[in-house]
Design a protein around this ligand. Structure first.
Ligand code: ATP
Ligand code: MG
Length: 756
């Protein structure tokens, strides 16, 4: 047996990789114990050893960045060709992929656009305005933000508007919930009319698709990373995929569940055991990531979590450099310290560390400005990993909206955004009239504008007519190019020419030059997507007839950009940009070493040699707005456990928060365990000794077990695997928030039936 994908695994990890494909498996373990590594090796093993078709494997990661890393590792293990066939990505990206190809099965048009939070917000604002009179309740629950979040929560649970009212409003017609349920229903209708889906819809319709009898055969094996942060819809998706095959593997850590605020449900662990009886649990207890003293600091923090069940996590890494807690008068001294300390460490390690080895983790992205400025003063290059930010910029959104309209002429939010960008002096009333008429005639707004000469829109002056005609011409000509499969980078260049966008930026934006750079960055991103997105492979028929065929869908389809579900370069690009959860657009810059600034949420699953966490203060960490204090503590734990060799926590006595200078106190998470923390509390600079450098080198260059060790372990496993899978020791689980006596558990120490 080729041991390549089995090398560098310990015994418990190896058991997890070799576990029979059709026995449901939960790998629950602490940070840095190799869960993600095991998942990747298991995929390779399914393909290499069990000859499973790569195209029948669905591997789910939490971010696109994690997907990219997994793809790279798999490419190294099993080659590019096989890796490209695996359905690998976030739940959202996988749903988008399947819906594009097979939406018609559930009566949906595969040419849908993906609507971002901003566009959803605009729809809700309009609907709220229309319902203003009927809303009676306190204003706190009726802001757009709240309505959107309620709709999103309902969708994450899979509730229809009626169910939403029944469950949340308890069916009481006098409450605002009744109105919100109505807004929810109208919101859905509006999105469907412009043939668009929001992020939650991708999951809702994805589940509907996978619940369908005919699709069960597409994917048989499902493997999910970061399972502790799945919501109901994501769980349902996983359940449907594995319903008949029972080939399901999940890895996760209840101590790292940090997305409760986005409807993640830790109960999914229990649900899985109910839905998949005889689910086996394997526990990993060896941490490979961090030094001993970082690990004990992390354990001291998480041990305060009230609902937690104690578990073991040990490391054979050296104790290493003691984590540092430092206090500063204000955020400015704190930021300067961070910058100078980074330089000092680089000098101290004689270049062993580069800028890439440092991360600054923030509870909220608004804290980053002061830090960015301090790094800049010291000449330290940095990148900011701050969620969707790049795609939120005005110029990027303008161009994306044009491309969305080219892809889907029915997409109203895109039409509304670009009809006057660059300005065509069309009044709001005229735009509203265009949309209303288009809706009435069930044609796209672009089609309606094309027909202005027949008097459909009154009061349009000849110069405006001319501009509108040129607008339609632009969309039509780009659409033709897209249909012919032109690359998106070329398409954007034509778009810029046709709309004279640069001149418009110069005229209207004082900082037009940096905006123009972002436009160029978008072109780079398009080239990157073209280079890295595997060409679509048709694994099954993509042209099924819809279950129910309505007139409106027929009309949408006659105007389809490509065959229903066709993945044109433009569509792949739009999907990649709409679903970007991190800084893919800046991935190019990863080649030049830079210090990373990221939110703690975005750092999930990743690791760095040096982690610095500023503003560990009351009101910030935990956030004053947090509903679940334990989730905040877990977030701090996630942040600290990213560190391999060095960990710094800092706090300031005074800080500008929301435009006001506040007196700050160190976080209660630290105060509570101060005596237990193995930390440097002195205010002087940490004294780096030669020994620290050696330890760092050791942690960062771990040794792999040699080939003969692996072969021996595989042989041992194979001798015993049969009896293990039928009669594994039963014991209550030390994992999860509530334990279940029915689980079978394997820990690092092998079950009794394994040879010692
Ligand atoms: P998290 O909970 O933070 O996502 P994880 O359990 O997924 O962590 P990994 O990211 O898979 O952990 O692994 C942590 C680090 O340990 C990685 O650098 C990985 O390469 C390394 N590692 C994992 N297993 C081993 C092993 N058996 N030998 C050496 N290094 C290992
Ligand atoms: Mg992981």
């Amino acid at each position: 047996m080729s041991a390549r994908h089995l090398s560098r695994l310990n015994e418990a990890q190896l058991r997890a990789v070799l576990h029979p494909p059709n026995v449901p498996l939960q790998i629950l373990a602490g940070p840095g114990s190799g869960k993600t590594r095991v998942l990747t090796s298991r995929i390779a093993h399914l393909i290499e050893q069990h000859k499973i078709q790569p195209s029948s494997i669905c591997a789910v990661t939490f971010t696109n960045k994690a997907a990219k890393e997994m793809r790279e590792r798999l490419t190294n293990l099993i080659g590019k060709d096989q890796t490209e066939q695996i359905k690998l990505g976030t739940f959202h990206a996988l749903c988008a992929l399947f819906l594009r190809r097979h939406a018609s099965i559930i009566g949906l048009d595969g040419n849908f656009s993906i609507c971002d939070a901003d566009e959803s917000k605009k729809v809700v604002t309009k609907l709220l305005k229309a319902h203003k009179e009927t809303l009676a309740g306190p204003s706190s629950i009726i802001s757009e933000g709240n309505v959107l979040s309620l709709i999103s929560k309902a969708k994450a649970k899979g509730y229809s508007p009626e169910e939403f009212h029944r469950f949340l409003g308890r069916g009481d017609p006098s409450t605002d919930y009744a109105v919100i349920a109505e807004i929810y229903a109208e919101y859905e209708k509006t999105l469907r009319q412009s043939n668009s889906l929001d992020f939650d819809d991708l999951l809702v319709f994805g589940v509907r698709l996978f619940a369908h009898q005919r699709v069960v055969e597409w994917c048989k094996h499902v493997l999910v990373d970061e399972f502790q942060d799945t919501n109901t819809m994501q769980y349902e998706l996983m359940r449907h995929i594995a319903a008949s095959s029972r080939c399901v593997t999940v890895v996760g850590d209840p101590d790292q569940s940090i997305y409760g605020w986005r409807s993640a449900e830790i109960e999914n662990l229990e649900r899985m055991e109910r839905d998949f009886p005889s689910t086996t649990q394997i526990m990993l207890e060896q941490n490979y990531r961090s030094t001993g003293s970082i690990l004990s600091t992390c354990m001291a923090i998480i041990s305060q979590d009230k609902g937690r069940i104690e578990k073991t996590l040990r490391t054979s890494n050296p104790a290493g450099f003691t984590p540092v807690l430092k206090r500063f008068p204000t955020e400015h001294e704190e930021a300067s310290f961070v910058a100078t300390e980074i330089k000092r460490l680089i000098a101290f390690t004689g270049g062993m560390l580069t800028w890439n080895d440092f991360v600054i983790l923030l509870r909220m992205s608004s804290l980053s400005r002061t830090l960015e400025a301090a790094l800049q003063r010291e000449g330290i290059p940095c990148r900011v990993l701050a969620g969707h930010k790049f795609f939120d910029r005005l110029e990027v959104k303008d161009l994306l909206a044009y491309l969305q309209l080219v892809d889907n002429p029915y997409f109203v939010p895109a039409f509304s955004r670009v009809i006057n960008t660059p300005s065509r002096t069309i009044g709001e009333k005229t735009v509203a009239e265009i949309l209303a008429q288009a809706d009435k005639r069930r044609i796209s707004p672009v089609d309606l504008v094309e027909r202005i000469h027949d008097g459909s829109i009154p009061d349009i002056k000849p110069p405006v007519r001319k501009k509108l005609a040129s607008f339609v011409q632009t969309i039509r000509s780009l659409r033709l190019r897209a249909q012919e499969g032109e690359s998106t980078s070329e398409l954007i260049r034509h778009l810029l020419d046709l709309t004279e966008y640069e001149a418009w930026l110069r005229k209207t934006q004082p900082d037009w030059d940096s905006r123009w750079e972002n436009v160029q960055e978008l072109i780079n991103f398009a080239s990157e997507v073209e280079r890295t997105t595997p060409a679509p492979r048709e694994d099954h028929s993509s042209k099924e007839q819809p279950a129910e065929w309505t007139d409106s869908q027929a009309e949408f389809d006659t105007d389809a950009l490509a065959d229903a579900g066709g993945e044109t370069p433009l569509r792949l690009f739009l999907q990649a940009s709409m679903l970007s959860t991190d800084v893919e657009a800046q991935d190019e810059s990863e080649k030049t070493p830079k210090v990373t600034i990221a939110t703690c949420h975005a750092a999930k699953g990743l690791e760095w040699p040096v982690v610095m966490i500023p503003a560990v203060e009351k009101g910030i960490f935990p956030s004053a707005r947090a509903e679940d204090i334990e989730e905040e503590r877990r977030l701090l734990y996630v942040a600290c456990t990213r560190a391999q060799g060095l960990l710094y926590l800092t706090h300031a006595d005074s800080r500008m928060v929301n435009g006001r200078r506040n007196r700050q106190m160190v976080s209660e998470f630290i105060l509570a365990v101060r005596s237990k923390l193995q930390m440097l509390f002195r205010d002087d600079l940490p004294n780096l000794k030669k020994n620290d450098r050696d330890v760092l080198t050791q942690v960062l260059n771990r040794d792999a077990p040699n080939e003969s060790d692996v072969s021996r372990m595989v042989a041992e496993y194979q001798r015993t695997v049969k009896c293990v899978s039928t009669s594994a020791r039963r014991s209550p689980s030390p994992y999860g928030r509530a334990s279940s006596p029915t689980r079978t558990a394997w820990r690092d120490s092998p079950p009794a039936i394994l040879p010692a």
